[in-house]
Design a protein around this ligand. Structure first.
Ligand code: ADP
Ligand code: MG
Length: 672
């Protein structure tokens, strides 16, 4: 209250993709009874139990059939690992936010946070055990590592467009993406937007958002223009994973609010505009001990840093074992438009290590000495004295990052962390990180078990034991390592040859969750119960089907009630002109007539496409109350109908006089 808080709220993350809050004032009424009657006074009150727990009516949050309405109770419980914060509201009312988990009456996770916290403790347990085995302590002493946490830094991409233009686009408003529209002649071909000067309106929004985020404890560090026109990115300094998730959600929220205030609209959809790059959320991920040591730091000589090598092969083993599940964690109707579209990592999950680590792993596997990477010629690029013998003495020589960049990999080692790049810009990072943590925790258990088997009766593994286990997992995880161009067709064939899953559609990806190999791992580690998995599967399928249905309905209405009538108006004016001009001569009327005639087949095509779209929407309603069948139907039939209708509309956009076209064009939306 000293800081102006008048209300409090439990702030939680239901499975809707956003956060939820319900505010309560610190207000209570107190009655005093006296002979003169009852006197009521207002007092500020806030009890310990209100801090710890709340019971919102949870019946309207997705539960995937886990709760029926009559037992709809859900509880929010204070997550003490994430600091509270205060957000200012209007009229001097500020709200105290209490980060919370959201569980059902029976303790089932109804949210993203509970499972994330479970996954971080699974990783902590598995990893501490491995570290204490390879780095033993004297009998009776405290274990050296008692806790391992995962670290996360989320690079957030987004578009900023003019808010008044946005409000004229029902497709953007209802679905987050444009359902019609052609590219302007100049868009991102020149690569002149990427890292360009940030437009002043955008800079104003970015700076204000950053300041507000600093006040909330979110350490935003980086900002820049991205590839597509009006696409931008920001990134914080990494933090403990569950806190980083909270902070990413806050970042999105604050960007949304500040953009609105500055008459802009922020778009977090993965593919708001067809034909230019979409947005992702790179999840930079690593593990750290309670002493702050980054377990993925290769140090100077990774080949003899057995701790690093064991952790590295564990991560590779995790990707190899659970690539299908990692694919599930990033699946959504919106991310489907971006993944594999030659601008984002493909649907095949592989891991990139870079030249140096690849050589390290190859040398261990082949039992030969490592090529010397420490020689100065390789580590530094000399800028003074190069080809053509031009001396550029004023430039210092630079150190070459030994993990060179490969932008086409969905899961790339970047120096001292992995970067999960296939995550969607719109989605909460909670689920992908939960799955990644789970997969790695399980893989570390496998590696630890192999180490115990290898060392036999010895109390601790020898270096030779460690090398043997490292070698074993280098061999078994080899198929997921790919250093080449992930966008190429050759990789699709190569991945198929290697037996890597290439799961193209989201409904198929969601099914991976119930595949026994995956569900057994998740339940064994205590991250999900079987019923939580079933519920989550259902929620994902339902959301996918609904997303596409909303798109179909939005498009159908837009086409029938705005685009088609405007084209009719244009045709009407052309027809009138033709009639008037015919009075002069047929020859004079010919140009307008030709334009009118060119429109006719395109209009007919659009009408047919709308009819087909409406029929598909109708058919989808007949599928029955089965989320999986609906999602499959939406994917197989509704999406193609949307695409056909769009193609017809986009053709008409070109043929219709600008003054009749009812909604802003890409050329207006994509430039300030
Ligand atoms: P780039 O665009 O080159 O990938 P950025 O600086 O935009 O780099 O983003 C890198 C992100 O990785 C930042 O959020 C940074 O804090 C984060 N990061 C760095 N080290 C770690 C680590 N050990 N664990 C998790 N995230 C990390
Ligand atoms: Mg990055």
């Amino acid at each position: 209250m000293d800081r102006g808080a008048t209300h409090f709220t439990h702030w939680f993350q239901p499975q809707t993709g956003s956060t939820a809050e319900k505010h309560d004032a610190f207000l209570s009424l107190k009655s005093n009874f006296s002979p003169n009657g009852e006197e009521v006074t207002a007092i500020d009150a806030f009890s310990g139990s209100q801090l710890l727990q709340a019971e919102p009516d949870a019946s309207s949050f997705p539960s995937g059939g886990m709760r029926t309405t009559f037992e709809a109770r859900g509880y929010t419980v204070w997550d003490t690992t994430s600091p509270m914060f205060i957000q200012e509201g209007p009229h001097g009312t500020s709200v105290l936010y209490i980060p919370s988990v959201f569980i059902s009456y029976n303790g089932d996770a109804l949210d993203e946070k509970t499972v994330l916290l479970r996954s971080t403790s699974a990783i902590s347990k598995a990893c501490s055990e491995l570290l204490n085995l390879i780095d033993p302590v004297p009998v009776g002493a405290q274990p050296k590592v008692s806790h391992v946490y995962t670290t996360l830094g989320t690079e957030q991409e987004y578009f900023l467009i003019d808010r008044s233009l946005y409000s004229l686009r029902p497709d953007l408003k209802h679905t987050g993406r444009t359902l019609v529209g052609n590219l302007p002649p100049k868009h991102q071909q020149m690569d002149d937007h990427y890292f360009g000067r940030v437009p002043s309106k955008v800079m104003a929004t970015m700076s204000e958002a950053e300041l507000e985020l600093f006040r909330l404890g979110v350490p935003i560090k980086t900002r820049h223009n991205e590839v597509a026109p009006q696409q931008f990115e920001c990134a914080p300094i990494f933090e403990e994973a569950s806190l980083a998730v909270d902070h990413n959600l806050l970042t999105m929220d604050v960007l949304h609010k500040v953009a609105h205030k500055n008459k802009l609209k922020v778009l977090f959809h993965e593919k708001p505009f067809k034909g230019v790059n979409g947005s992702g959320k790179h999840c930079n991920w690593s593990m750290s001990t309670d002493r702050g040591e980054n377990l993925l730091d290769p140090t100077v000589k990774p080949e003899t840093n057995y701790r690093f090598m064991l952790v590295l092969v564990s991560v590779l083993h995790a990707v190899q074992q659970y690539s299908g599940l990692l694919r599930t964690s990033i699946a959504s109707s919106s991310n489907e438009h971006r993944l594999g579209a030659c601008e984002a990592p493909p649907m095949i999950i592989s891991a990139f290590l870079g030249e140096h680590l690849t050589e390290v792993l190859n040398s261990v596997e082949e039992g030969r000495p490592i090529k010397n990477f420490s020689v100065p010629e390789i580590q530094s690029i000399k800028l003074g004295g190069t080809v053509l013998d031009v001396k550029v003495a004023s430039l210092p020589s630079i150190t070459r990052d030994l993990t060179d960049r490969n932008r086409t990999s969905p899961f790339a080692f970047t120096g001292n962390k992995f970067e999960f790049r296939a995550v969607g810009s719109k989605q909460s990072p909670a689920f992908p990180v939960t799955i990644l943590n789970a997969a790695v925790a399980s893989a570390i258990q496998d590696v630890t078990a192999a180490l115990r088997e290898q060392m036999g009766d010895k109390p601790y593994p020898s270096d030779a034991d460690k090398v043997a286990v490292i070698k074993k997992f280098i061999g078994s995880s080899k198929a997921v390592r790919f250093e080449g161009d992930g966008y190429s067709d050759a990789w699709i064939h190569e991945a198929e040859r290697r037996g890597l899953p290439n799961i193209k559609t989201s409904p198929e990806a969601f099914e991976q969750l119930l595949n026994p190999h995956h569900s057994n791992m998740l339940t064994k580690l205590g991250i999900f119960t079987q019923s939580e998995l079933q519920s989550r599967h259902m929620i994902l399928q339902e959301r996918y089907a609904k997303d596409i249905l909303v798109e179909a309905n939005t498009l159908s209405t837009l086409l029938s009630s705005q685009i088609l009538p405007s084209v009719f108006e244009y045709r009407g004016s052309l027809a009138q002109n033709v009639n008037a001009l015919k009075e002069i001569s047929a020859d004079d009327a010919a140009p307008e007539l030709a334009t009118l005639k060119a429109l006719t087949p395109a209009v007919k095509d659009l009408q047919a496409a709308i009819a087909k779209l409406d029929k598909t929407i109708h058919d989808m309603h007949q599928v029955g109350d089965d989320a999986v069948a609906e999602a499959k139907f939406a994917c197989a039939h509704v999406l193609p109908a949307i695409n056909v209708a769009r193609a017809a509309a986009d053709k008409l956009e070109i043929l219709t006089a600008d003054k009749y076209y009812p909604i802003p064009h890409y050329s207006e939306l994509l430039w300030f």
